[in-house]
Ligand binder design. Structure first.
Ligand SMILES: O=C(O)C(=O)C[C@]1(C(=O)O)C=C[C@@H](O)C=C1
Length: 326
């Protein structure tokens, strides 16, 4: 019998911050089945390919160290994919954004064995720290302090597919090398992951900035599920390219927002390589702006966007999460 549950994909295993974001969006209900993915690309690919998956939750940016480049580049690659449907300069992507979530990030230093506090790190010749690459920039000061305070211990940093995977990797590696008393494998992850793996907290709240927060996007296949209709303030995410070597081509696009009195709330860019060109240094821009559905401007606005952008893609117009303001 096939399950009638709504399937939600997230960067697994359980206990990641992405899992927490998915729970925040969809709740702990019997109607929802949470499915862990092994990577951020898989969160995109499986949503596109596996028709029984309805939503996917992916990290987009962190308040301390900025863009989660994996997700930015996956949006970029999808927009620039030649197989995409096109209407004049508009690209119609197969996925759309239908929501956002904000998760407070409180990293812990986690050990598979009880070492009774950070001071005992000094007992090891080598400490191998496992975590997701996005985390290094969120704990840079803490790592510097560790190196300073334990100058005879060698610290090695190991990238993992997620924070929760890092706890599992640290646990497995420690178990495999149980006879080696000089090496300790630890992980940086959330307190939720500590409980899942029955591991031990060496140190709490180790991120450099308190209030560190990651923003997540909720994706679905375009048009599959009725969008959540709320009275809330909404935001639109648009990616676009402009004419290369044309002074003012970016300003021309941004001026459209100014002329329609549309408030832009974020802008960023990533480099891209177009297969049809040998130019290396081309850029795609990402902007977000406030969407007021009661205004009768949107058809004219997108006509102008279509005129000034080489290619553009509207990823979605979704409710602004209340946590954005906190
Ligand atoms: O590894 C996790 O727990 C994730 O959900 C991924 C991720 C990210 O890619 O930004 C999410 C939040 C934290 O900032 C660190 C890692």
């Amino acid at each position: 019998m096939t399950s009638t549950k709504t399937k939600v994909l997230f960067l697994g295993p359980v206990g990641t911050y992405s899992h927490q974001a998915a729970l925040q969006q969809f709740g702990d209900s019997d109607d929802i089945e949470y499915i862990p993915a092994q990577s951020i690309p898989q969160c995109f690919d499986d949503l596109e390919g596996a028709k029984d998956i309805t939503y996917s939750v992916v990290p987009l940016e962190n308040s301390t160290n900025g863009q989660v480049v994996f997700s930015y580049d996956l949006l970029r690659d999808r927009m620039l994919d030649e197989k995409c449907q096109k209407k004049q300069n508009q690209i119609i992507s197969s996925l759309e954004v239908i929501g956002e979530q904000y998760v407070s990030i409180a990293h812990c230093l986690i050990s598979p064995v009880d070492i009774s506090g950070p001071k005992n790190l000094a007992n090891y010749k080598q400490v191998r720290i496992h975590t997701h690459p996005q985390v290094w920039g969120q704990v840079a000061r803490y790592l510097k302090e560790l190196r300073k305070n334990f100058s005879s211990t060698k610290f090695e940093l190991i990238d993992c597919t997620s924070t929760s995977d890092a706890v599992s990797q640290a646990q497995q590696t420690q178990l495999k090398n149980i006879s080696d008393q000089d090496v300790l494998n630890v992980a940086i992850a959330s307190e939720a992951a500590v409980h899942i793996y029955k591991a031990y907290i060496v140190d709490h709240s180790i991120n450099d900035v308190t209030g560190n927060t990651t923003r997540f996007l909720v994706l679905q296949r375009r048009g599959t599920v009725e969008l959540f209709n709320t009275e809330k303030m909404k935001v639109s995410l648009l990616t676009f390219t402009t004419e290369q070597d044309c002074p003012g081509s970016l300003v021309d696009v941004l001026t459209i927002l100014k002329n329609f009195s549309i408030n832009m709330c974020s802008i960023s860019s990533r480099p891209f390589n177009n297969k049809t060109s040998t130019r290396k240094w081309q850029y795609i821009f990402y902007i977000e702006y406030d969407f007021d559905g009661s205004r009768d401007i949107w058809d004219s606005f997108y006509e102008q966007i279509n005129l000034k952008c080489m290619e553009w893609c509207l990823w979605g117009t979704f409710p602004r999460n209340d946590r954005y303001y906190k």
